[in-house]
Design a protein around this ligand. Structure first.
Ligand code: SAM
Length: 209
């Protein structure tokens, strides 16, 4: 089987890696990636964090690509794929220091998104990170014409999907004891949101770049 190759993944891998390197230090030992897709990103990123166990996950139908990458890769710290579909499966039982997910919140239904964010609040310890990459709307506005067309295309395919509101995500994360520590501009009108779990989330200041 030929591994599928995404040009978009190739182009955004280094900008995302730069943000990951800013936050994933040597104290972080285990990461869960939600919605790993083909695994193209996972194998690249994991090779840059040798101290970290990088757990891939996705719905069962997508596991074959990840397994294919595993066969050809020398990256020893890649684990999984775990079967995890937000809204369907129990959250994986291992203790994770970081959850990373890219281009998934606009694919899942809003109900699944809410379930997933709530699980982060329930299962992650204090100081754990949640890093979310993808397009977001701000103050009910698209950040670009291309995001507007993308959203229309998503909804034509599946009315339950669509670009999510930054404010909604932020509010749910706050109510689950996560503080936003970075909201970073990324290429092609995407963002990376970095949240950290706190005991109390009284301070809502964060860095927007
Ligand atoms: C657009 S792909 C992104 C793949 C990869 N993260 C990337 O950036 O290239 C969206 C992924 O989300 C997964 N997905 C969709 N609904 C999901 C859910 N409810 N829980 C977990 N993953 C889901 C899909 O199976 C798919 O692999």
């Amino acid at each position: 089987m030929n591994k599928p190759f995404s040009q978009a993944c190739e182009e955004n891998k280094d900008p995302i890696l730069k943000v990951l390197k800013e936050f994933i230090d040597y104290k972080k030992k285990r990461l869960l990636e939600v919605g790993s897709g083909t695994g193209q990103h996972a194998f690249y990123f994991a090779s840059h964090f040798k101290h970290l166990e990088w757990y891939t996950s996705d719905i069962k139908d997508n596991h074959s690509c990840i397994i294919e990458w595993s066969k050809e890769s020398n990256t020893k710290n890649i684990k999984g794929p775990l079967k995890f579909q937000a809204g369907v499966d129990e959250f994986p039982r291992l203790q994770f220091d970081v959850v990373y997910t890219a281009n998934t919140l606009h694919i899942m239904s809003w109900k699944e998104v809410k379930t997933l964010l709530k699980k982060f609040g329930k299962h992650l310890r204090q100081d754990s990170l949640v890093i979310i990459y993808g397009p977001f709307n701000y103050n009910d506005n698209y950040t670009s014409e291309s995001n507007k067309s993308f959203d229309r295309m998503l909804k034509e395919k599946d009315p339950n999907s669509g670009i999510r509101s930054f404010e909604n995500i932020h509010n749910i994360m706050l109510s689950n004891n996560f503080k936003l520590i970075k909201d970073c501009e990324m290429p092609a009108n995407n963002r990376t949101l970095v949240f950290k779990k706190n005991h109390k989330c009284l301070n809502t200041h964060f860095i927007k770049t």
